[in-house]
Design a protein around this ligand. Sequence first.
Ligand code: BG6
Length: 488
Amino acid sequence: KTSEPCDFVLFGTKGDLARRKLLPSLFQLEKANLLHEESRVIGVARQDITNAAYKKQVKQNIEEFGGETLCLDTWKRFSEKLDYVCVDMKDEKSYQVFKDHVDKSRTMVCYLATPPSIFGDICRGLNSAGIIDHSVRVVLEKPIGHDLASSKVINDQVAEFFSEKQIYRIDHYLGKETVLNLVALRFANSIFATNWDHNCIDHVQISVAESVGIEGRWGYFDEAGQMRDMVQNHLLQILTLIAMEPPAVLDADSIRDEKLKVLKALRRITSSNVQSDTVRGQYVSGFVKGKEVPGYLEEEGANTESQTESFVALKVHIDNWRWAGVPFYLRTGKRLPSKTSEVNIFFKRQPHNLFGESFAQLPPNKLTIRLQPDEGVEVTVMNKVPGLTSSGSMDLQKSKLNLSFSETFKDERIADAYEKLLLEVMRGNQALFVRRDEVEQAWSWVDGIFKAWDANNDTPEPYQAGTWGPVASIALLARDNRAWYESR
Ligand code: BG6
């Protein structure tokens, strides 16, 4: 059971995120008996509908996006917890109505699944209704701003009413099992813990590829682009977990302190290295999984002049003792051949070759962490080819040690990231949420790249949908005698 009964107030309950992810995740928590029986889920939107009509809509959402046949017993329990409040979120007066729906004996969690431009209005409204006290928690969805300056404005607006201890900034990648497992893999296994630095590691690749396009989100996406939508948050968060020093304990601030140090150590990209160390691309029409798809500028609602990037590749340096001289290559894009997120850690070659030419041709060890799909961990090792040879030579070949989550944890359902994160908010654990200084440090680094792109008048390079991005992305690694690893 969760430790406490909760009033979970969902602002923007009719939005895409709430319908696709948040409500189905809450339902799964109910199914797993992880919602306290006294907890309430209170949807908030502008539409004036009855609680019964809201319940009907939520049921449809869960049937559509829940990914399984609705369990009626669970639905009965869950629907009894559902409540609905009609609020004009920009109108302070309309928040008075909350008083009749929330109960001070329960912890209140306000999830702002709304555009960040109204985060301030919501906080002010709640405050004017006298609802905010030190026990109320607020969850903020990304994007928190467009750059450092705008993110500070949003953070300041929320900070007027909530202390940092009450604020939970979501980056849903931090709730993914395999991302969480990075911490276990690194710090619970001495074979990795002791080989995790510039002495042993040659370079790191972080690849988050998506086969989808912008899925009808032109308005949002074109303002953001892949850098702000994916790199500033998800990819940099993965990078910090791979690169951080071991925290003394696994509490929220110890982990976040270490992550922040990594962000501070990122070498700035300026106009002097932007051309050699960054690539941005925009897809043109092509075939993804055998299906013809339009180019970015032909998407519905597109501004055909747009220079927004749908692909980014970066060569990143972490200027600290552990990572000196070890490049981290990051790449993410829409309309790539498949949806695959993985981290590949390439180890250095042995200092001396005992095995002759065949060994020299083999790649060094590699650790692959498959974040999604087909979650798992794989290590490539060199192995003797069994058998007798007349020359007595020892032939080696590359083999794989493969831990597949679906095979190893057959009986475990892999929970959606949002299930994990919602549960942690209700438990009051901030470890998996991003602290203000992390968000701002990440923005400050990303802003530098935009500044350099602007200074160089760089425009995105076209790439055909269904390919791995612009040729320049291949060249980014080829210049260093390396290549992107493509597992599928
Ligand atoms: C979101 C981005 O944060 O993450 C989307 O806004 C992207 O553009 C999505 O598609 C990817 O998440 P996942 O969990 O499907 O890898």
